[in-house]
Design a protein around this ligand. Sequence first.
Ligand SMILES: Nc1ncnc2c1ncn2[C@@H]1O[C@H](COP(=O)(O)OP(=O)(O)O)[C@@H](O)[C@H]1O
Ligand SMILES: [Mg+2]
Length: 248
Amino acid sequence: MNVNLKTNSQKLTTILEVYNLTVYYDSVLALNDISLYVNEGEIVTMIGPNGAGKSTALKAICGLLKPESGVILFQGENINGRQPHQLVERKLCLVPEGRRVFASMTVLENLEMGAFTINNKGKVRDDINKVYGLFPVLKERRRQKAGTLSSGEQQMLAIGRALMLNPRLLLLDEPSLGLSPTYVDIVFEKIKEINNNGTTILIVEQNARMALEHADRGYVFEIGKIAFEDKAKNLLENDEVRKSFLGG
Ligand SMILES: Nc1ncnc2c1ncn2[C@@H]1O[C@H](COP(=O)(O)OP(=O)(O)O)[C@@H](O)[C@H]1O
Ligand SMILES: [Mg+2]
């Protein structure tokens, strides 16, 4: 069932719930008892300075890191301790920082690799066409080696490859990092479009203002803790948030 839950605030369904998540790297505390949630259909952003723990949170949610303690519910199921591939099967997918595409493979081969869990060839072809619909430049360059694409195009390919898994919840780590302003705009436009097509999105961003302008709600991280959480609109207007995190 694919109901647009944004139109009816009485019927918001929570897709992700994180309670009291604590993560250590060896003996170093990286996340200290944080809680957050994402409703189906939302774009939620996690912002805050470098080293605050945002990527750690994403990695713990998608099974790449084992938390010390906490509960992570995805569609009501406790997924804490599951392997990343088990979460991919449940349609929880991460696009990691740094657009890791397979450089020596073509654009098309990268997209096909993204669909490695899907056996139905017709479905894979349809999904590739959907990705091409969203990112026409990837269709134009489908026979080009991914390593020869511009950084902006590589980011689109990394996102397109994750979309091949038909995620219900897409985690994005710094998708605009290192991109030219034009590509930053395009990436955020595409994120909106992916969301409008029915995918819920949790996005970590350095570009805090841009992220809040495109999100429904936000969490502001500060050294292993969540310092503020609110509707994105309210965070943009919050004096303390503006002064400390949005450059005044
Ligand atoms: N693999 C790692 N080993 C040890 N410490 C790490 C590792 N990754 C991150 N950290 C530390 O954990 C803290 C949070 O990092 P991170 O989640 O990457 O922050 P952010 O994504 O907000 O910039 C930082 O102090 C960082 O140095
Ligand atoms: Mg990070």
